[in-house]
Design a protein around this ligand. Structure first.
Ligand code: ZN
Length: 250
């Protein structure tokens, strides 16, 4: 039986200026999307990161109270490598993140404050590649982000945000979900691939705590996916995204 080559990817439109990345945990951007962020900041775009949790339940041998601040510091260092100087932490509880109105409201608030053209999140589908089960926080974070982008644009949803001086923001053109099995778009990260690896490597305590060899070696892990995605774009290294358009086709 011959294996069918995965279909080519459509390049992500880069005619925009600001992006807000909203993910569940420190390191979620670094497992695939950070090299694309490095490319975008290199083009002069502004990218802001928001972590819904501080990843405090992510290291088995470390108490969450000590782990949280450590992982926040690692995320700030990691973001700086790819040209991101603003990292916000929403301090929802790691590992037990719930999709729901409080989460949607907190993300809608972020969207109204930062007024991005593009929102980036991680895979919110049930699996990676149709096989490996996705983690519950990622699913909640991605779904809530998608919904909160709409909420941010509706004056009458979470209207307490108006009381905070935050007017509706309808300017988000599309959402990009990294690591999605429905990824049909891609970014050429050949020039910034090494920055993506360096960005993941900043999660030192987290990587040291992993017992899985493949995940804990940043270059090795990103190399395989980067090449595979690159081949679908006709370049050396690529980063794939599911693109959800929030505007009707012109
Ligand atoms: Zn995660």
């Amino acid at each position: 039986m011959s294996e069918q080559a995965p279909p080519p990817l459509t390049p992500v439109d880069e005619d925009w200026q600001t992006a807000l990345a909203v993910v569940a945990h420190p390191d979620d951007m670094e497992y695939g999307a950070a090299a694309a962020v490095a490319r975008w900041t290199g083009q002069g775009k502004r990218v802001v990161y928001a972590m819904i949790t501080s990843g405090e339940a992510g290291i088995d041998g470390l108490d969450p109270q000590r782990c949280g601040p450590l992982r926040e510091a690692e995320q700030i260092a990691s973001a700086a490598v790819v040209g991101v100087d603003t990292v916000e932490f929403l301090h929802h509880k790691d590992g037990v993140l719930e999709y729901g109105l409080p989460l949607r409201r907190d993300i809608a608030r972020l969207v109204r404050r930062h007024r991005p053209d593009v929102v980036v999140t991680t895979n919110y589908r049930d699996t990676y590649g149709g096989v490996f089960p996705n983690q519950a926080d990622h699913i909640a974070a991605g779904r809530a982000t998608l919904d909160a982008v709409r909420d941010a644009g509706n004056r009458w949803v979470f209207n307490e945000l108006l009381g905070e001086g935050l007017e509706p923001w309808n300017g988000v053109r599309f959402l990009l979900a990294g690591g999605s099995p429905e990824g049909r778009h891609g970014v050429d990260v050949t020039e910034t691939f090494a920055l993506g690896v360096a960005s993941l490597a900043e999660h030192k305590a987290y990587l040291a705590g992993l017992d899985d060899g493949a995940m804990s070696d940043p270059a090795e892990f990103l190399e395989g996916f980067g090449r595979m995605t690159g081949s679908r774009l006709g370049v050396r290294y690529g980063s794939a995204f599911e693109l959800i358009s929030l505007r009707p086709p012109e």
